[in-house]
Design a binder for this molecule. Structure first.
Ligand code: ADE
Ligand code: ZN
Length: 339
């Protein structure tokens, strides 16, 4: 299995229908649909907003620390099977606060599962607190302040939810506060929003990494800048198809991004909704674009380059990619079918 870092994964987006049904029963939460197949059948979307509306509704089943533990623990087990060595995991505290869940329950459950997953699966994992951009900058400021007592439990901040109409510049102040706290900075930009949103994230928020960023490809000057500065982009191919950012995987920008020399990585976004985890995304682009081992290894190397783990860990994982590639080459030379 190819070792990778997963840098764009919303823990709430790993809520599979099976766990949703279990948590609703455990907590006595009324839900309009509580059948696994019926839930899955609802998961077709025509835009980011159509997904978010359904997604936020489902999160009402998360009530207590144990629920957040179960959610993240299930993800860590699945991530281990996908070859994940490092996970930088988004979470949306504002959603849970709005559902009446105290931050203690959210942080308690998530951090316990990450600690346990590190021991059990050898995965290095950290949390990135996301601001819901449609709730505006004052709410972002408030949730960051409220989360500072848990400062040791997260390594960075991000910006997610409805992109159009909520440009990065609005959040310059709260990102400045996050930077002063020593937090790492990322933001969703260039998913539904155009290249201007990516420029805004770079220039106004000073992000170190751009989540999605695929619409940057519409602007050659921006592409040149992303290449020259080697800004990492956390691309989510199956998500982009599911949310109609692209009409089909065959038309995805990923090959063009790699050809342009961009530091693009492959990720799953909200795997319970979009057809798969990071390994499924890798397999999909491998199939669709005929990527060989060298290209898959490049994506894996990019993911470790782009991650916020200590340098020694990054080098160890990069060496694992080298070993994976060497083993694949040896098998091919011996005439053994790749697996
Ligand atoms: N929240 C969860 N998934 C998201 C996405 N793809 N874009 C913006 N916000 C999100
Ligand atoms: Zn996302």
């Amino acid at each position: 299995m190819l070792p990778v870092a997963e840098l764009h994964i919303h823990i709430e987006g790993t809520l599979e229908p099976e766990l949703l049904v279990k948590l609703a029963a455990r907590n006595g939460t009324w839900m309009p649909v509580l059948d696994v197949e019926e839930l899955r059948a609802q998961y077709t979307f025509d835009s980011l907003q159509s997904f978010l509306d359904l997604h936020y509704g489902n999160l009402r089943v998360l009530k207590i620390e144990q629920d957040f533990y179960d959610l993240a623990s299930t993800y860590m087990t699945r991530a281990a099977a996908a070859g994940v060595r490092r996970a930088e995991i988004f979470f949306d505290p504002q959603t849970h606060l709005a559902n009446g869940v105290p931050l203690e329950e959210v942080f308690g459950g998530l951090t316990a599962a990450l600690t346990e997953g590190a021991k059990e699966h050898g995965i290095s994992a950290d949390l990135i607190l996301c601001f819901l951009r449609d709730l505006g900058p004052e709410a972002a400021d408030a949730v960051l302040r409220a989360s500072l007592p848990f400062r040791d439990s997260f390594i960075g901040v991000g910006l997610d939810s409805t992109e159009l109409g909520h440009p990065p510049a609005l959040f310059a102040g709260v990102y400045q506060m996050a930077a002063a706290e020593g937090l790492r900075l990322v933001a969703h930009a260039g998913e539904e929003g155009g290249p201007d949103y990516v420029r805004g994230a770079l220039d106004q928020l000073h992000v170190e990494r751009v989540d999605h960023g695929v619409r940057s490809m519409e602007d050659p000057e921006l592409v040149a800048r992303l290449r020259d500065e080697q800004v990492a982009l956390t691309v989510c191919p199956l998500s982009n198809v599911a949310l109609r950012v692209v009409p089909a995987l065959s038309e995805h920008m990923l090959p063009g991004m790699l050809d342009a020399g961009l530091l693009a990585t492959v990720n799953s976004d909200d795997p319970a909704y979009f057809g798969g985890y990071v390994d499924d995304n890798m397999a999909a682009v491998q199939r669709e674009f005929g990527f060989g081992d060298e290209q898959l290894a490049r994506l894996a190397r990019n993911s470790f380059d782009a991650c916020f783990a200590p340098e020694a860990d990054k080098q160890r994982w990069q060496a694992e990619v080298d070993s994976w590639l060497a083993a694949r080459a040896a098998r091919a030379a011996a005439g053994i079918q790749a697996s």
